[in-house]
Design a protein around this ligand. Structure first.
Ligand code: NDP
Length: 246
C-alpha cells in the first residue's frame, strides 16, 4: 500500500480517466478526493471505492469558479490537513473548425481546461509549499503537442497546460514539489464515444498499436508520477498514445 496516509485529489473523477485514476490510487491505499460538478455522481464513485475497502470522499465543485474551488480545497484541508498529490484531469471538448467555432465554445474550453487547472492548482499549491512536498500531475493531450483541425480551442488549452506545468516545475522545485503532464492519445471514454465511427477508423489507422487506450493505462502513468520512483522527474510530458505521436 505505497499510498497509505496520502491524500490525492483528482478533478473530474466522476467518470472516464479521472475515475480510473482515483480508483488506481485508492487501490494502493490512498485517501482519494473525488471531484466533479455533480455532487451525487462524485459521492457515488466514492461510495463504490469505499465498498471495495478503499478510502474516498465525494465533492461537488465547478472548477471554473475560483471562489468555490478555493472553498472546496479548504474543506478538504479542514478534514485531512493535507493534499499530497493533485491530478488535474477535468476537461471538455467543444470541437469545431475555426471559421465555425463561436466565442462561447472557445471561452468554455479555455475556462474549464486551462483556468480550471489554474484555480485548483493555486488552491492546492499553498499547503504543498507549506508542507515542502507535493506532486502535481496534469492531464493534457497529444492534441496540445500536434494540434488538430477542428480543435483549436482544445489544442490551445492543452498546450497551455504544458507551459503552465513547466513554469510550476521551475517555480516549485525548491519546495520539493514536482509538476508533470500526462498527454493521452485516444482513450476509450465518454469523450471519445462521441466521435463518429469514420473518424475513429481513421484514428485507428494512425495508431501503431492499432487500438484505443484504456483509462487504466493512463492511470498507471499517474500512479508512477505520483510515486517516490518519480521524485527526480519534473517539468516533463509523458505521452500515452499507442505510438500515435513520435
Ligand atoms: P469525460 O468527459 O469522460 O469526463 C470528464 C470529467 O470532467 C467528468 O468527471 C466531469 O464531471 C468533469 N468536469 C467537466 N467539466 C467540469 C468542471 N467545470 N468542473 C469540474 N469537473 C468538470 O472525459 P475523459 O475521461 O475522456 O477525459 C479526462 C481528461 O483527459 C480530460 O482533460 C481530457 O481532455 C483528457 N484527455 C482525454 C482523452 C480521451 O481520449 N478520452 C485523450 C486525451 C486527453 P461533471 O460532468 O460531473 O462535472
Amino acid at each position: 500500500m505505497p499510498y497509505k496516509n496520502q491524500v490525492v485529489l483528482v478533478t473530474g473523477s466522476t467518470r472516464g480517466i479521472g475515475k480510473a485514476v482515483a480508483e488506481a490510487f485508492a487501490g494502493q491505499g490512498a485517501t482519494v478526493m473525488i471531484m466533479g460538478r455533480d455532487l451525487a455522481a462524485a459521492q457515488k464513485v466514492a461510495a463504490a471505492i469505499k465498498a471495495k475497502g478503499g478510502l474516498a470522499e465525494g465533492f461537488g465543485c465547478d472548477i471554473t469558479d475560483f471562489q468555490k474551488t478555493q472553498e472546496t480545497v479548504n474543506k478538504i484541508l479542514d478534514i485531512h490537513k493535507r493534499i499530497d498529490i493533485l491530478v488535474n484531469n477535468a476537461g471538455i471538448t467543444r470541437d469545431n473548425l475555426l471559421l465555425r467555432i463561436d466565442e462561447n465554445d472557445w471561452d468554455e474550453v479555455i475556462k474549464v481546461n486551462l483556468k480550471g487547472v489554474f484555480n485548483v492548482t493555486k488552491a492546492v499549491a499553498k499547503p504543498m509549499v507549506k508542507a515542502h512536498r507535493g506532486k502535481i500531475i496534469s492531464i493534457a493531450s497529444v492534441i496540445g503537442i500536434t494540434g488538430n483541425a477542428g480543435q483549436a480551442n482544445y489544442a490551445a488549452s492543452k498546450a497551455g497546460i504544458i507551459g503552465f506545468s513547466k513554469s510550476l516545475a521551475r517555480e516549485l522545485a525548491s519546495r520539493n514539489i514536482t509538476a508533470n503532464v500526462v498527454a493521452p492519445g485516444y482513450i476509450q471514454t465518454d469523450m471519445t464515444d462521441q466521435l463518429p465511427d469514420t473518424v475513429k477508423q481513421k484514428v485507428l489507422e494512425r495508431i501503431p498499436l492499432n487500438r484505443l487506450g484504456s483509462a487504466s493505462e493512463v492511470a498507471a502513468v499517474c500512479l508512477f508520477l505520483g510515486s517516490t520512483a518519480a521524485d527526480y522527474i519534473t517539468g516533463q510530458t509523458i505521452v500515452v498514445d499507442g505510438g500515435l505521436v513520435m
